[in-house]
Design a protein around this ligand. Structure first.
Ligand SMILES: [Zn+2]
Length: 94
């Protein structure tokens, strides 16, 4: 999987998870079955986000995990290749 897709999925699932948690808090009484399901759903979405984060957010060239600065990083901090093109970046670090 492309790292750009992966990090988009991470963001998406994170956002959905937070949204579900909020919906659960605002619209449903705690302790009811519905609120329990919403909480579970929020939890599952959070787990999915983490699965994408730790399972797919890695450099396609050297295979090492990228977590720091994930959302804006473009060059692998380990092998210094562009995450999309695989071109070696030379010179100064951004
Ligand atoms: Zn790399």
């Amino acid at each position: 999987m492309n790292i750009k897709t992966a990090r988009r999925m991470v963001l998406l699932f994170m956002a959905l998870s937070v949204l579900m948690a909020l919906v659960g808090l605002i619209f449903f009484e705690p302790g009811t079955t519905v609120s329990m399901y919403v909480t579970m759903l929020a939890f599952v979405l959070m787990v999915l986000a983490l699965v994408f984060l730790f399972g797919f957010c890695k450099c396609p060239w050297c295979g090492r995990r990228i977590t720091t600065g994930l959302m804006k990083i473009e060059v692998c901090p380990h092998c210094r290749r562009d995450l999309e093109t695989g071109m070696k970046r030379k010179g100064k670090r951004k």
